[in-house]
Ligand binder design. Structure first.
Ligand code: SF4
Length: 389
């Protein structure tokens, strides 16, 4: 039985900001994408387990602001246009070469690109139009059926996949832990409509939550529903609790499922679940995935280097990187909508990094009283570090 807790829906306050560039280079080799795009900062879905909450302190904001103070990158499409124009110009406007060099852009690595603000601001939609113009390959991760609004634009894009995040069918649990997210039925309907429209679509079962959504029967029901919706693949990741996220998540658990806390404290002695638990869940997921015929990535499902248009025809993406190549190790690092942290972030948050690395630079900025908290400077360092912002 789950009740609304601390995470219950707050009214989001939107602020518009300007950015110099939109696409951020992702240098972390374990990531299956080379660039990320986040049209917003903060996320009104407010998931209690979202790792992106931990980034708020880096830009001088309170982690409590994460779901209530949303920064809208109002000029995102213009910034993206400028960035892609520069990159295309340096390649003599050879767009297939540009697509090949860029590889895979992931939209929604630190915020949901289809959170409620998108309904009126249409920042993501305008960015899609730019991506269509340059024919660069990308994927979208979201918890919202609002993505269906943009099928007309997406049909002209080199879209690698649309990933709908869903980790439970328990709508009570969703309301407790994801106060601003659409419920499970809406997301599964979105999967079905996307498939019927001919797009490549999968589900991110992420994060799998100990005791709340990790039993064999819960995962079996989830996969049954995912399969029935027409999803072509399903990725999963385990919960990861960096210190800031752990505090927040436990405060919700204390209200909605206090009996689960001792188990969590046993499993999460650090940010990651202990190995015996991780292995047990991974085995369970793998077995059920086989039973339900759900590959763990889009690249397993169909040919690498093709994209599916709205009319169902396949089009070459010029040798671009497959959408979720190497997705199996996603227990350990993926996008926040996939409910998991970028691996490098935990070091920034909890340990003093060594040497003159950018990690060390950011750590120093954070430690210096007052001076280092200027959002601009910190954001700049985060961009260099390929941290999603
Ligand atoms: S997990 Fe995704 S939808 Fe949830 S708060 Fe984080 S970015 Fe938003």
């Amino acid at each position: 039985m789950f009740l609304f807790g601390r995470c219950s829906m707050q009214t989001a306050h939107w602020e518009t900001i300007g950015v110099k560039q939109l696409m951020t280079r992702v240098k972390e080799e374990k990531m299956p994408f080379g660039w990320s795009i986040n049209p917003y900062r903060g996320c009104a879905h407010g998931c209690g387990f979202c790792y992106a909450r931990a980034f708020q302190s880096f830009i001088g904001m309170d982690s409590d602001d994460f779901q209530s103070r949303i920064l809208v990158k109002e000029n995102a499409a213009e910034a993206l246009q400028r960035q892609l124009h520069r990159m295309a110009a340096s390649r003599n406007f050879d767009l297939p070469v540009l697509a090949q060099d860029i590889g895979h852009i992931a939209i929604g690595t630190a915020t949901d690109p289809y959170q409620s603000a998108e309904g009126s601001y249409k920042v993501t939609r305008e960015c899609l139009k730019v991506l269509a113009r340059y024919q660069v390959p990308f994927s979208i991760t979201t918890r919202s059926p609002l993505v269906l609004r943009d099928l007309d634009v997406l049909a002209d894009c080199r879209l690698l996949s649309i990933n709908i995040s869903l980790n439970t069918l328990d709508d009570g649990l969703i309301r407790s832990l994801e106060p601003g997210s659409p419920l499970s039925g809406q997301r599964l309907r979105a999967v079905r409509e996307l498939r019927e429209s001919g797009f490549r679509v999968g589900v991110f079962a992420a994060p799998i939550l100990p005791l709340l959504g990790d039993s064999r029967s819960q995962l079996n029901e989830l996969m049954q529903a995912v399969k029935a919706s027409g999803a072509q693949f399903m990725m999963s990741s385990l919960l990861r609790l960096s210190p800031e996220v752990k505090n927040w998540y436990y405060s919700i658990l204390r209200e909605v499922a206090p009996e689960a806390l001792p188990t969590y404290e046993r499993i999460f002695q650090g940010a990651y679940a202990i190995r015996s638990y991780s292995e047990e869940i991974q085995c369970r997921v793998d077995e059920l995935r086989r039973i339900h015929g759900l590959p763990h990535s889009a690249s397993d499902h169909d040919a690498v280097g093709t994209t599916v248009r709205a009319d169902g025809t396949a089009a070459s993406v010029g040798g671009a990187a497959p959408c979720v190549e190497g997705a199996e190790p996603f227990i350990g690092g993926t996008t926040p909508c996939a409910g998991e942290a970028v691996v490098s972030v935990s070091g920034v948050v909890s340990e003093k990094p060594q040497g003159g690395t950018l990690h060390a630079k950011l750590f120093k900025l954070r430690e210096r009283p007052g001076a280092g908290i200027s959002p601009g400077r910190v954001v700049e360092v985060m961009e260099q570090m390929s941290l999603p912002i």
